[in-house]
Design a protein around this ligand. Structure first.
Ligand code: 8YV
Length: 334
């Protein structure tokens, strides 16, 4: 900090819940984004030059060239959100900038949304929900109309058994799904028993055997296109793919192609490779009722977003008080 008297300048790139913004203004010299439009690169660069602390979100691309323009006061990037793949964390750490995130508080809501997508695709919920508002129910009920697929008794393959993966497993178990998972590390025997989860060291083998695949791992260089065209082709034709993690983990073009060809039954996606742009092929499949597309709503509850803000504040406050913030991103996590 250049002066011990002045309050640290915290620049927040997007509008946050009122309660969070109010508290931040009490604690810091806080610069808010009242318009809530994503900052253009030049404005983001200026924020990095001036701030002591930057509070970005998933909509801010903070790459190496932007970080090279950071001012001498920038010591902390306190991300509002769990995923930090929009930040070049390696470069930030090299430049002595600490990066934190907001884990834990959005777990249950994201798992709920994953379950909602599984049900929506299998039971054609969004397709059905359009019928009455569009005045298309003139023939009434029919024994063979709008049939979906039962989820009870099916196999769910979870790719990434961290907090969200485990929260999904707990829900899915209650719905009668059997739980299968692939993860970098096997979870403890106790948790495996509690979730009645089967571990697959080979992702390929798991994919060939499950009915529903859910992506719940972070996006890192190692997980980019983890569900590649080759791996997607291993799925059964009746399989459904759900993604509430990051679009980049799935080869989206291959996914769309396989659904178009009837080699995969459908998908429920909350995240996309080029957000907010969504592939026209996926949009067409959504219109045809084959896929359900949500605009990145996994953690979109009042509770999650307030708790995420609280985490951001705790991380900033702890850091400015000279302590290690609780949610530091360490090189081993990248
Ligand atoms: C957030 C998310 O809304 O936390 C994450 O990683 O994907 C979302 O739930 C978003 O990242 C906020 O920046």
């Amino acid at each position: 900090m250049s002066s011990t008297k002045r309050k640290p300048l915290v620049v927040v790139t997007r509008r946050l819940p009122d309660v969070v913004e109010t508290r931040m203004r009490e604690l810091f010299d806080t610069r808010l984004n009242h318009e809530d439009k994503p900052l253009p690169p030049a404005a983001l660069a200026q924020a990095l030059q001036e701030a002591d602390v930057l509070v970005p979100t998933v909509t801010d691309e903070i790459d190496a060239s932007l970080l090279a323009q950071a001012g001498p006061n920038l010591r902390l990037i306190a991300n509002f959100g769990n995923g930090v793949d929009h930040i070049d964390v390696g470069v930030a750490l090299q430049r002595g900038i600490t990066v934190t995130n907001t884990p834990g508080v959005l777990t249950e809501d994201t798992a709920d949304m994953t379950m909602a997508l599984i049900l929506a695709v299998a039971r054609r919920v969004t397709e059905g929900a359009r019928i009455i508002p569009e005045d298309s129910w003139e023939h009434g009920w029919s024994p063979t109309w709008m049939l979906g697929r039962r989820i009870t008794g099916k196999r769910l393959g979870i790719v990434g058994m961290g907090r969200i993966g485990q929260a999904l497993a707990r829900r899915a178990k209650a719905f009668g799904l059997s739980i299968h998972y692939h993860n970098r590390r096997r979870i403890t025997a106790r948790t495996e028993q509690e979730l009645e989860a089967t571990y697959w060291e080979s992702l390929d083998q798991m994919l060939a055997r499950v009915d529903i695949v859910s992506v719940n791992c972070p996006h890192t260089p190692a997980t980019y296109h983890l569900l590649s065209a080759r791996r997607l082709k291993l799925l059964k034709p009746a399989a459904v793919v759900v993604n509430t993690a990051r679009g980049e983990i799935i080869d989206e073009t291959a996914l769309a192609r396989l659904i178009e060809a009837g080699e995969i039954a459908g998908a429920g996606l909350d995240v996309f490779e080029q957000e907010p742009a969504v592939s026209p092929r996926l949009v067409k499949l959504a219109r045809a009722g084959k896929v359900v597309l949500l605009p990145h709503m996994g953690s979109a509850t009042h509770e999650s977003r307030s708790d995420m803000g609280e985490k951001v504040i705790i991380n900033i406050k702890t850091f400015l008080d000279g302590h290690r913030p609780p949610d530091r991103i360490l090189p081993s996590m990248l």
